[in-house]
Design a protein around this ligand. Sequence first.
Ligand SMILES: [Zn+2]
Length: 46
Amino acid sequence: MPTPPPDPRACPTCGDELRFEILDDERFLVAWSCVNCGLIRTTEPV
Ligand SMILES: [Zn+2]
């Protein structure tokens, strides 16, 4: 059985669910933040 890819909506540090916030609608810049440990990731598709 192939291992499922890591859930992009889960915190890589604590595994908690991330909540996202749209920073820039035109550039699809989104920030994912974890309320549990404070981790913040930003995604900016090219
Ligand atoms: Zn976390």
